[in-house]
Design a protein around this ligand. Structure first.
Ligand code: NAD
Length: 394
């Protein structure tokens, strides 16, 4: 969840709309410039027409590989409004009607975090490819079942976040692969704000700051440093009651404050902290965030990511050969955090693979599950899953 709570949400969406408009003119990352034959459009159905859909729908509608044929929301007026805004012919109030209605190939699931697993399964069982907002499922075991189902049915399943697609991730991965930081020892990631105020699900079981916020740093750092071998964590609840728009005060039952230590093997340790109780300068407007949110240190250098990993601005690098911090990879064009569903459609249409994989998404689901177990049982928890790493070839 990216927009801030309170009055600044409006400003966030104004900024978001500008970013979306700029992106509509930008080429998609998987698509080689100048080679657009765009012969095949994937028919897409979008379920969940709330906050994040306002970012996905414009990106999808600007994608040359996409035809959005339907929207769906259990609050039917949201599905209808989204359909009206983009001249989408069909709007449904329930997934059963959506699956039985206008045919489509790719379901884009933008519903509450706790609903993803059930709806993703239902769509796969109905023969649809799926791109889902995070998390793909509520547990590693359930997610692995979904992936096995997809493989059996010759379907594709993908999940957000897509942070490994950014040019800044590519620069950092290449710098590490070239050994410029020497022997890597430690890394840190931080992401937080004051929490959303428009939906209860962020604060109840299956929600929390880990699957909403920590998921980004965990994906980024495992993408750079390799799969986790073990996790130790502490979590807590800072704000016991929250005011949610249209609901009044609700009890917070999911963690809203988390500290996760990850062992990546070969002695490399990282630390991710996230929470819904973090004051942020500029009220979380990502266009003004230039502070470092990811920090990687080795025996021969330090590398820091400026801006959020989902909205990076550049990479600052100092090495023993060049010890003053210098800015690199400061081109912010060509990547948007809401690109995942468009890239999934492009992959289905052209066969070009994105860098984000369901195995990586499920690995991060396991880390978050292990973090909760570590807090509950007061112990270090081994991680069993893995994913293809390095993320980038060569
Ligand atoms: N809001 C953001 O900026 C943002 C950013 C990145 C990721 N996300 C992720 O996107 C997802 C949605 O977040 P949001 O902020 O848009 O929430 P939201 O509450 O604004 O929107 C969710 C929508 O899904 C609908 N919905 C819920 N269950 C449904 C079901 N069974 N069938 C059909 N519709 C259903 C709700 O009615 C609602 O309109 C979450 O996983 C969140 O973590 C949000």
């Amino acid at each position: 969840m990216h927009p801030p709570s309170g009055i600044n949400r409006r400003r966030f969406f104004m900024n978001s709309a500008l970013v979306g408009a700029a992106l509509a003119a930008a080429p998609l990352a998987l698509h080689a410039a100048g080679s657009n034959t765009a012969t095949r459009k994937i028919k897409v159905g979008v379920i969940g027409c709330g906050s994040v859909a306002r970012m996905y729908l414009p990106h999808l509608s600007a994608c040359p590989f996409v035809e959005i044929v339907s929207t769906c929301d259990i609050i039917p007026e949201r599905a209808q409004r989204a359909a009206d805004q983009l001249s989408i012919a069909h709007a449904y109030p329930h997934i059963d009607e959506m699956l039985a209605g206008e045919p489509f190939e790719l379901l884009v699931n933008l519903t509450d975090m706790q609903e993803h697993e059930r709806l993703n399964r239902q769509a796969l069982e109905a023969g649809k490819h799926v791109f889902s907002e995070k998390p793909l499922a509520n547990s590693l075991a359930a997610g692995q079942e979904l992936l096995a189902l997809a493989l059996r049915e010759n379907l594709r399943l993908w999940g957000a976040p897509t942070v490994v697609q950014s040019p800044q991730f590519a620069f950092m991965a290449q710098t590490l692969a070239a050994g410029k930081l020497g022997a890597i020892s430690a890394a840190h990631g931080i992401y937080g704000h004051l929490g959303p105020n428009w939906a209860e699900f962020f604060y109840t079981e299956g929600g929390g700051s880990l699957p909403d916020l920590g998921v980004y740093n965990l994906t980024y750092l495992t993408g750079l440093l390799g799969p986790a071998r073990a996790v130790t964590a502490m979590t807590s609840i800072i704000t016991q009651q929250r005011a949610i728009h249209g609901k009044g005060e609700i009890e917070v039952t999911a963690e809203d404050n988390a500290m996760v230590l990850v062992d990546h093997g070969n002695g490399i340790l990282s630390h991710v902290q996230c929470g819904f109780n973090y004051f942020t300068p500029h009220e979380h407007d990502h266009t003004h965030q230039d502070h470092h949110t990811i920090d990687i240190i080795g025996t021969g250098g330090q590398m820091l990511l400026a801006g959020y990993d989902w909205a990076p601005h550049g990479v600052d690098l100092a090495t023993s050969a060049s010890p003053r911090l210098e800015r690199h990879a400061d081109d912010t064009k060509g990547y948007a955090w809401e690109c995942g569903a468009s890239l999934a459609a492009e992959c289905l249409a052209t066969g070009k693979e994105p860098l984000f994989t369901p195995e990586h998404a499920l690995h991060v689901v396991e880390i978050m599950q292990a973090a909760r177990q570590s807090q509950a049982e007061g112990k270090r928890v081994d991680i069993t899953s893995t994913f293809k790493w390095p993320v980038m070839e060569g």
